[in-house]
Design a protein around this ligand. Sequence first.
Ligand code: ADP
Ligand code: MG
Length: 238
Amino acid sequence: MGQITLSSVTKSFGDVTVIPPLDLRIEDGEFVVFVGPSGCGKSTLLRLIAGLEDTSSGKIAIDGTEATDLPPAKRGLAMVFQSYALYPHMSVRKNIAFPLKMAGLSPEIQAQKVEAAAKVLNLTSYLDRRPGQLSGGQRQRVAIGRAIVREPAAFLFDEPLSNLDASLRVSMRQEISELHQTLKTTMIYVTHDQVEAMTMADKIVVLQAGRIEQVGSPMELYRHPANLFVAGFIGSPK
Ligand code: ADP
Ligand code: MG
């Protein structure tokens, strides 16, 4: 579970076309990175997949099911927001349990799922703290925990590390990669950072002005960049 197909998807805001017709297939279990300069449409594309924006035309399928018109909650995907999207007045436990509570699960099931997520994320001893009593990295893990408990078909990350300092960013990259190896769930990760893309991705999607310039593994993009834009952006010697 976690296979996502975009067929001739477009997005315009008023008269401005941000995503011209775009086709993309994401395989189950892949770690896919959308990379490109600021304003190229990475967040818009992710939000279209999440259902937070409506497509202007085209189709999105998730695990073979037509999902173009499904609301976000029905898509089985989890968007991981930056850590500042946590509720400051709630404990870590309550923050992580929040989507389960909204879904109407029993307190026992909520507790079970929160404990399991906390274990994966090394947050067990922090469950009774509030976000303000945690480090930036721990807060980011809580934000991820809130996604994990929903057991999504795919995790969607939009520059989740951009408000962390450089050294923490490096360790969180590692943690997210390890989490992917543990869960083996599809992850789509948006960044403008080439290093992040090259170190984390199974598959990189290079975007410029809403168009896909190239799709490939980090090594493919490095060795055989499709054009000067990709070569310049990835930093390979073409
Ligand atoms: P990125 O995430 O790659 O920085 P975005 O997807 O946020 O890029 O934005 C792509 C383009 O779409 C930008 O030119 C941005 O100004 C425009 N855009 C994004 N959201 C909206 C919106 N809600 N209304 C109008 N224009 C938007
Ligand atoms: Mg963005």
